[in-house]
Design a protein around this ligand. Structure first.
Ligand SMILES: [Zn+2]
Ligand SMILES: [Zn+2]
Length: 141
């Protein structure tokens, strides 16, 4: 489930965050993609439309969007953070060879309930599911 641009722009306004051309361009980019791009990948595409934008701005904007819950961040082990415009609970298929990340429509908490009792001193807030393996292309190589 992805939010529409209208909805996202409204969210920014509600949070009193000004809707700048930079923020709009970054939002448009992440929402239109299904490849779970890294901040750098988003930066490379956004700068084609906004040559003056800096990587730092893109990175900080993505982090702000995450904090607002407009997008999510996934962190395959030992890799840079990747961003996801799909905010519905879903699992990911992570290729260990080419690092491609695909959505896998398998949801919780029905499938994976959060434990009622947390380990001592730890407050469980969410669960993320990543399955590691080889994508179709990498299997054929
Ligand atoms: Zn692969
Ligand atoms: Zn995803």
């Amino acid at each position: 489930m992805k939010y529409s641009m209208d909805r996202l722009v409204n969210c920014l306004k509600e949070q009193h965050i000004s809707v700048t051309p930079q923020r709009l361009e970054i939002l448009k980019n992440i929402i239109s993609r299904y490849d779970h791009p890294s901040a750098d990948s988003i930066y490379q595409e956004v700068r084609r439309h906004l040559p003056m934008i800096s990587f730092n701005t893109v990175y900080k904007t993505l982090e702000t969007f995450c904090q607002l819950g407009l997008i999510t961040k996934i962190n395959p082990l030992h890799e840079v953070a990747r961003y996801d415009g799909n905010v519905a609970p879903h699992a990911h298929l992570v290729c260990t060879r080419c690092h491609k990340v695909e959505d896998f429509d398998w949801s919780w908490p029905d499938d994976i309930p959060l434990p009622d009792a947390s380990p001592e001193g730890f407050k469980i807030e969410s669960v993320s599911v990543q399955f590691f393996g080889l994508c179709q292309q990498c299997q054929q190589q």
